[in-house]
Write a protein that binds this ligand. Structure first.
Ligand code: ZN
Length: 290
C-alpha cells in the first residue's frame, strides 16, 4: 500500500504573512479587505474535484472571525490543525506567550469543530534551533505532531541539518513528538526546498514535480506539501514592500491554481494525520480519537 503524501494549507490572509510584516501593521488587520474565506472555499472546491482530503492549519485569528469556515473544512472530511493564534514568529515570543497563544488557538479550534486538534505548524516555520523549547510546550498542550521545521538555510527559518523525513524526535526536556519536516529533495548532496508555497510558485513546475517525485522514489517516503489560500488569488490587494518581499509574495500568483491542479492529478494526497498513522508514527502515542 502506498502511503499518501500530505496536502496541507496554512489558512491565513494575505496581510498575515511574515514576508510583508514590516509593511503591514497588526492594528491595520481588521480594517483590511479579508479574502481568506473566499480563497479557502476555492481550495476546498478544487480538492473536492480531485476527491482529496488535506490538513488545514488554521490561524486562530481567522478561526475566531470565521468559525463557519472552520466548520466547512471539517465537514468536508479534512483535518483541522493549528497554525497558532497571532502569526507571531515563535522565536520572537517568550515561552509563556507561546504557551498562552497556542492554547488559545487550540481551544478555539476544538470548540468550533467539537473534536481534538492534533497537529501544529508555526508561523513561517519559526521553530528553529533557538526555539526548540516550543516542542515541549506543544507536547504539554496535547499536540501529537508538529510540522514546523524546515531543514534548509533561509533568512527567517530553518535548521539546515535537521532530519528530512517524518520521525519521532526528542524535545529539549526529554519528551518526544512526531515531527514532519517540510519537503526537501536531495540533488548532488544538496538539499533543495520543494515543499510548496513560494518555492512552488517560483520554481518551474517540472522541477518541483521532479523533486517531490524523488522523495517518493529515492527516499521511499511521503512528502508534505503546503500552500496558502492567498497563493491562488492574483486579485488580492497589493502592498508595497521591499523588492525581495514583493518577489516572494507576488510571483506567479496567476499560475498557482493551474499548477496545483496538475500536482493533484499527478500525486496521491491525504491528510498529514492519516499518513503519519500509516507510517506507524502515531501508534500508542495518540489519544483514542486520533
Ligand atoms: Zn502562516
Amino acid at each position: 500500500m502506498t502511503i499518501p503524501n500530505a496536502l496541507t494549507v496554512d489558512v491565513e490572509d494575505y496581510f498575515h504573512v511574515a514576508a510583508l510584516a514590516l509593511n503591514i501593521r497588526r492594528d491595520s488587520w481588521t480594517s483590511r479587505e479579508s479574502r481568506v474565506v473566499g480563497n479557502t472555499q476555492r481550495l476546498l472546491a478544487i480538492f473536492e474535484q480531485f476527491d482529496v482530503c488535506g490538513t488545514f492549519f488554521v490561524l486562530g485569528w481567522v478561526a475566531e472571525r470565521y468559525p463557519q469556515l472552520v466548520r466547512d473544512i471539517a465537514a468536508r472530511g479534512h483535518e483541522v490543525a493549528c497554525h497558532g493564534y497571532s502569526h507571531r514568529l515563535v522565536y520572537e515570543q517568550s515561552p509563556k506567550e507561546f504557551h498562552e497563544e497556542t492554547l488559545r488557538s487550540k481551544n478555539l479550534l476544538e470548540d468550533i469543530i467539537g473534536s481534538a486538534v492534533f497537529g501544529y505548524r508555526a508561523a513561517s516555520y519559526s521553530i528553529v534551533r533557538e526555539s526548540l523549547w516550543a516542542l515541549d510546550i506543544l507536547v504539554e498542550l496535547g499536540f501529537v505532531y508538529d510540522s514546523s521545521i524546515f531543514p534548509v538555510h533561509h533568512d527567517r527559518y530553518g535548521i539546515p541539518d535537521a532530519e528530512r523525513v517524518p520521525h519521532r524526535m526528542a524535545t529539549p526536556n526529554g519528551k518526544s513528538i512526531v515531527e514532519w519536516p517540510l519537503a526537501t529533495a536531495r540533488i548532488l548532496g544538496f538539499r533543495f526546498p520543494v515543499a510548496g508555497g513560494g518555492y512552488f510558485r517560483l520554481l518551474p513546475y517540472w522541477l518541483s514535480c521532479w523533486g517531490l517525485a524523488s522523495i517518493n522514489r529515492n527516499d521511499r517516503q511521503p512528502f508534505i506539501f503546503y500552500l496558502h489560500p492567498w497563493e491562488i488569488d492574483p486579485a488580492q490587494p497589493r502592498v508595497s514592500a521591499s523588492w525581495l518581499s514583493q518577489f516572494r509574495h507576488y510571483t506567479n500568483l496567476g499560475k498557482c491554481e493551474e499548477r496545483l491542479r496538475r500536482l493533484l492529478g499527478e500525486f496521491q494526497f491525504g491528510t498529514a494525520r492519516d499518513a503519519l498513522k500509516q507510517l506507524g508514527l502515531l501508534s500508542g502515542q495518540c489519544p483514542k480519537e486520533c
